[in-house]
Design a protein around this ligand. Sequence first.
Ligand SMILES: Cc1ncc(C[n+]2csc(CCOP(=O)(O)OP(=O)(O)O)c2C)c(N)n1
Length: 376
Amino acid sequence: MKELSPETEERIFRRALETRCTEEALLGLFSEGKLSGTLHTCIGQELTGAVLAELLRAGDTVFSNHRGHGHFISFTGAISGLIAEVMGRTDGVCGGYGGSQHLCHGGFFSNGIQGGIVPVAAGLAYAARLRGGGDVCVVFIGDGTLGEGVVYEAFNLAARWSLPLLVVLEDNGIAQSTPQSEVLAGSIEARAAGFGLAYAKADTWDWRTLYASAAGLMETVRAGGGPALLHVRTFRLKAHSKGDDTRARSEIEPYERRDPVSLFAGAPSGSVLAEEARKLVASAVAAAGAAEHAVYRPPAPAASKPPGWSPVDGGGEKLVKVLNRCLERAMRADGKIIMIGEDIESPYGGAFKVTQGLSAAFPGRVRNTPISEGGG
Ligand SMILES: Cc1ncc(C[n+]2csc(CCOP(=O)(O)OP(=O)(O)O)c2C)c(N)n1
């Protein structure tokens, strides 16, 4: 098992504590009526992002979901920018327009639509593979999101094309109020096996093994071994969103007692880090509170540049032939253009032959996809 140095452990817990303090502060602000919109905390689950961040490097991209504050803080370290963002201030990382669930900053993207970001992550992983250089994409999803078909469309393409995509599944056993046992057929491991994804299972409480499992999968993905699924058992200690918990206290209390972040903060070395995190977050809250509220201003029309185009004289030729010639010319002029879609490779070349010959002329840049609206 990959050993962790004390410095690495400290970095991991610093991120986890900064996340915990940030979300506790945000919950406080919400109850004081100082936040609009909604808020999903990852309290209890922080170690997933904190551990994964240790394995990421410049050039990697992270995709997250509605419960993404911990992933964001761990990956970007932009605590003040996040707090200001959630408070809807101009100093926020997205100018106060994105809020808690729609963050876009320094290689980090989140979106509140369950599963919707997984094919986007697969697409960016495809771009990373074409670029070469070993960059990876990591996408975080919850176990409830395994109900979304688009997730499997993305798994299929990522595996078929051997994309550098690490899917991190945070399995807290519940989606909003619905227990996993009511809605999930089969097993998570079998899903990974069905698509040929490398798979490892770990949990929040044995976080050293979580690190080792994540590191093993990351090594495979980075080395070009194709996508992987890291299955992380965890527990959400707070409500799904602010105060909507339907679970009994007796269900939550045993997990509160074994929460690694609280246990670490209670130890002498941890208490120093916890105090530093609290101070950092308090000053970020004060700074954000003093910043201006974001006001939506539509971009000035001059800022949006229409795409360039030039007329083509078909000279009486069939339109599909003209389209084929234009595509050929564009692909020759710009090596970054790729085409993906159903039945577009030669010799078939598309139902109307628009892409006829292009896969032979540009090997690897014109690819057939499965029948997959979300994936293709
Ligand atoms: C497509 C879609 N359907 C429903 C919702 C509403 N919703 C937000 S979070 C959530 C639960 C997601 O559960 P899970 O994926 O297990 O993540 P967790 O909340 O447990 O972290 C639901 C149903 C949504 N955001 N997107």
